[in-house]
Design a protein around this ligand. Structure first.
Ligand code: HEC
Length: 200
């Protein structure tokens, strides 16, 4: 995970950087030098790091689209509204673990979603915001959103199941990451996916 390592290194060493999104100068309070230079990272790294630290993604109902408009990986669906789709897909496809980038939306069924917020948003949910959605031919409305308190329609707490995934998998369960398996067959899951009522 070169990217993660680089991010961690830059987190420790970076002092001043330009936040891409706002175009503003941002000070992050390090004592690495009066000129703000950081010995071990290039300015591109610092820019990326600061952008990552400051960017957040608060999903709106319209951001949740028909699953088949997302990218499928081994039976679940991925998108990223902040331009980090390639990074999210690389983590998902490699299936070796990694922290998903901010703005990643992952869904197994149309009615449930997890969305990656900024680092530190909610450590107990590994910065995932959990959603319970109502979907129809008209689109999506958000029924419930939140962190480790959100439950699905069966009263199951999202985070309490998902936190059983091995830490490196960043709360993504699949069928072999350490979570209790779902009590429904994959064939049933596939038919729920196919029945997504939202327009494509
Ligand atoms: C009973 C435990 C349980 C509960 C409760 C639960 N999940 Fe899951 N979830 C799983 C398991 C296990 C999988 C993997 C299923 C598979 O691929 O076989 C999964 C899959 C997913 C996936 C696809 C990515 C992954 O982790 O494999 C998403 C997204 C997801 N769940 C979101 C939610 C949300 C949002 C809630 C709450 C509204 C929720 N889940 C509640 C156990 C649970």
């Amino acid at each position: 995970m070169t990217r993660t390592t680089r991010l961690q290194t830059a987190l420790v060493t970076a002092c001043f950087a330009v936040a891409i999104s706002s175009g503003a100068m941002v000070a992050c309070g390090s004592s690495s030098g009066s000129d703000g230079s950081a010995a071990t990272s290039t300015s591109a790294d610092k820019t990326t790091t600061t952008a990552r630290l400051t960017e957040d993604y608060k999903a709106q109902a319209a951001d949740f689209v028909n699953l088949h408009a997302m990218t499928v990986v081994r039976g679940f669906f991925v998108s990223n509204k902040l331009g980090h789709l390639d990074e999210a897909l690389a983590i998902a496809r490699a299936n070796k673990g990694g922290v998903y980038p901010v703005g990643t939306i992952i869904q197994l069924v149309p009615q449930e979603a997890m969305v990656k917020r900024k680092p530190g948003w909610n450590p107990a949910s590994k910065d995932w915001e959990f959603f319970f959605l109502d979907v129809s031919a008209k689109g999506t409305t958000i029924a419930v959103r939140g962190a480790d308190e959100v439950e699905n329609r069966f009263g199951g707490n999202c985070a309490s199941c998902h936190k059983a995934a091995e830490p490196k998998f960043d709360f993504v369960c699949e069928n072999d990451h350490g979570c209790e398996p779902l009590p429904i067959d994959h064939k049933v899951i596939e038919s729920i996916q196919r029945a997504d009522p939202r327009p494509l």
